[in-house]
Design a protein around this ligand. Structure first.
Ligand code: NDP
Length: 328
């Protein structure tokens, strides 16, 4: 038997999350059994810890969209007992049981070997949020972003994706302007390398003028909604916005003018179904370009027992940085 955070649904359709003992036989089928060291809390985990948000199909359910640990059993030739591995995405923790347990059984295809230079704890300080921040950075650079082009805007900056994006960009020599609705996070964001703090109110209003002054050379946006629509009109000629999230809503009340008059690009970023090769490349880049001291500054340590509350907090935008859950 081992410990897991299990979400159950009662007869009235309400979900309840709590720590329980389960057995290896309870785990879903898969080629690799992993002893999980750490997991984390992403926005999606908040949904899966609560009502399910339309992501979870069956109960009882073990959430946790990310985990890192050590292979305990493997019937796949790519992995042997003792290998350190990371998993993010592939709808693990949503339709498949995830990382909020001391053991997880998954398909070998979903795993990535832990990159050299990272511990399993650091890998979970990065997690889906950090992987996504790196995928967004790579996409912007593939579309011509370089540090000499000007300031890069990061929205939802004190959240998971935003914190890692700020640290990566700053470490690569970019000037980072961080948008936050929490003024008290300014020292934290400056510590990660932001050189300008933009209050959320300054940029959250609906689009009044579709074209404003050309301010940003690039943008990593975790917020969507009115903020993303507004940002388009503030981009430099030919610049790109990497759309990552919807913390401020899924709508996009924009006009096409920034696209057709200034050649602005909207780049969609998905971390869940990324092919293996892209994942390995992004994890290696994270090991190289994310300063470990900044990563440590982002960590909020937690246990399985803390998860129900952390799930509620992240849905309210109240988690700063990256939660690392020690599941053991
Ligand atoms: P967090 O909750 O950690 O961060 C979101 C941040 O957005 C908050 O910390 C807050 O930052 C800001 N925010 C919250 N609510 C609002 C609002 N109403 N208006 C404006 N800003 C707001 O979540 P994550 O970083 O884990 O995820 C961010 C988003 O990215 C989510 O929507 C998530 O679903 C998505 N995502 C997408 C992925 C993909 O593959 N495309 C992968 C990972 C995440 P502050 O307090 O600084 O203002």
């Amino acid at each position: 038997m081992f410990r897991a955070l299990v979400v159950e649904k009662d007869d009235e359709g309400k979900t309840h999350a709590g720590v329980k003992n389960i057995s290896v036989d309870d785990l879903p089928d898969g080629d690799v059994l992993v002893d999980v060291d750490y997991s984390t809390v992403n926005y999606k985990d908040g949904l899966c810890l609560g009502s399910g948000g339309g992501l979870v199909r069956n109960y009882p359910h073990v959430p946790g969209i990310d985990f890192a640990g050590t292979v305990a059993e493997s019937s796949d030739e790519r992995y042997s007992v003792g290998d350190k591995v990371v998993l993010t995405g592939w709808r693990v923790g949503e339709v498949h049981w995830g990382g909020y347990a001391e053991k997880a059984r998954v398909k070998a295809d979903w795993l990535v070997p832990l990159p050299d230079g990272l511990t399993t704890r650091q890998a979970m300080a990065i997690g889906t949020a950090g992987l996504t921040a790196m995928l967004a950075t790579v996409a912007l650079e593939e579309h011509g972003l370089t540090p000499n082009k000007g300031k890069v805007l990061v929205t939802g900056a004190a959240g998971g994706v935003g914190s890692v994006a700020t640290a990566i960009l700053a470490n690569k020599g970019y000037e980072v302007a961080a948008v936050t609705g929490r003024p008290e996070t300014e020292p934290y964001l400056r510590g990660l390398g932001a050189t300008e703090i933009v209050p959320r109110e300054a940029i959250a209003e609906t689009v009044k003028r579709p074209l404003e002054s050309e301010t940003w050379a690039g943008c990593i946006d975790a917020v969507g909604g009115d903020m993303l629509a507004r940002v388009f009109g503030q981009m430099q000629y030919g610049a790109s916005v990497a759309a990552v999230g919807l913390a401020g809503g899924p709508q996009l009340p924009a006009t096409v003018l920034p696209f057709i008059l200034r050649g602005v690009n909207l780049l969609g970023i998905d971390s869940v179904m990324q092919p293996f090769e892209n994942r390995v490349k992004a994890w290696n880049a994270l090991a190289e370009f994310l300063p470990k001291d900044k990563l440590d500054d982002m960590i909020v340590p937690a246990t399985l027992e803390d998860l129900p509350q952390l799930g509620r907090d992240i849905l309210k935008g109240q988690v700063k940085g990256r939660v690392v859950v020690d599941v053991r």
